[in-house]
Structures are given as C-alpha cells and as structure tokens.
Design a protein around this ligand. Structure first.
Ligand SMILES: Cc1cc2nc3c(=O)[nH]c(=O)nc-3n(C[C@H](O)[C@H](O)[C@H](O)COP(=O)(O)O)c2cc1C
Length: 187
C-alpha cells in the first residue's frame, strides 16, 4: 500500500513534519513518501494521501490549496487526511482559546466538503529569526521591531503527537487492507 504525504512549506518546517509522518508510516510497514505539492507525482498512483500545509495569515499556502482543488476528483476516491502546521506560541487569546483552535486554516470547511478527509489536525510549527524573509508581509514584519517580537525563535513541533497521529493512520490503513477481499489468483 503506497501513501503520498504532499505538503506546502515556505521555510521547511512543515516539510519536516511531512518527512516524519512518512518515516513513521514506513516503520509501520507501509510504503510512504513525502513530497512538496509542487513536485508530487500523480496522486492516482497512490492508495492514500495525506495533504498538509504551513499556515500563513490564517490560510493554507496557495500551492497547497491549488493542489487540493486540482486533484479533488481523484482524492475523493481515496482515503485522505489533512494537517496544518502553524502556531509558534502557546498563548491563549482573549476568549481563552488555544492557538491550535484559532490559527486556521480559514478554508477548512471548504477542504472538508471537497476532499472528505478522515481527519484534520493542526500541529504547532516552528520559526527562526535566521530565516530569510519571503514575500512582502514577512519582509515588513521582520523590518518592524514590534512585529518581529510576534515571531519568536521557536520550534514547537510536537513530535510525540505527530507520531501518534501517523501511527493511527498506519493502523487504519493496514486494517482496511487486511479486510479488503483478496484478488482471485490469475488463471
Ligand atoms: C507572516 C507570517 C504569518 C503567519 N501566520 C500564521 C497563522 O495565521 N497561523 C499560524 O498558526 N501560524 C502562522 N505563522 C507561523 C508559521 O505557520 C510557522 O512558522 C510554520 O511552521 C511555518 O512553516 P514552514 O516552515 O513550513 O513554512 C505565520 C508566520 C509568518 C512568518
């Protein structure tokens, strides 16, 4: 059984999560590979797809949204899981809601409607002041001291939680393939 973990990532931390999920699935006896949404091969070649994106300004990256839209028909025929990676701080908002609840993606309802995922998880992300700013908003943010403070050097990626999620997917896929009727022998 082959699984694609396709991801959108600007600075690489979401790629790290995708690679970790792939590694975990391989350890669970499945054939899994992580690829950026831009370099992913035809999704029809896989038995299941895990699609993820970094969050920027409460949204998935455009390339991940396009990937979802372009492949929706094929994805509808397969088991699909989604993940988002973003929050780089633990603070609650004024209503007492945690960052995993409020960080996005704003298009999650649409993604659920079009892709019918089995699950969607938001994972904590990572940020480094060493990153070279990409795009206007990042350049602006990094040029303003007050805004810079909002982007602390932090790697909050929660590996035990990510591993547990990947292990759950491996169990689900293996159970399904064991239950599937075996093909009659040729001849
Ligand atoms: C300009 C900017 C906007 C961001 N917006 C969000 C956001 O809306 N929600 C969120 O959870 N994280 C947000 N983040 C944090 C990133 O999602 C986090 O750093 C993520 O791990 C980056 O992933 P990448 O390294 O794969 O690009 C933002 C970061 C920057 C620099």
């Amino acid at each position: 059984m082959s699984i694609l973990i396709a991801y959108g990532s600007r600075h690489g931390s979401t790629g790290g999560i995708a690679e970790r999920i792939a590694e975990r699935l391989r350890e669970g006896g499945l054939d899994a590979e992580a690829m950026t949404v831009k370099s992913a091969r035809d999704v029809a070649d896989y038995d299941a797809v895990i699609l993820g994106s970094a969050l920027y300004m409460f949204h998935w990256m455009k390339e991940a949204r396009s990937f979802a839209a372009q492949n929706r028909r094929v994805l509808n025929l397969k088991p699909v899981w989604l993940f988002s990676s973003g929050p780089i701080e633990m603070k609650l908002d004024e209503l007492g809601r945690g960052p995993l609840e409020v960080s996005g993606p704003r298009e999650i309802d649409e993604l659920r409607e079009t892709l019918h995922p089995r699950d969607h998880q938001v994972f904590f992300g990572a940020w480094s002041r060493e990153y070279k700013p990409i795009g206007f908003v990042e350049r602006l943010a990094m040029a303003m001291p007050a805004a810079r403070a909002a982007f602390p050097d932090n790697d909050l990626r929660d590996w035990p939680r990510i591993d547990a999620w990947a292990d759950g997917i491996a169990v689900e896929l293996k159970t399904a393939s064991e239950r599937a009727p075996s093909r009659p022998a040729p001849g």
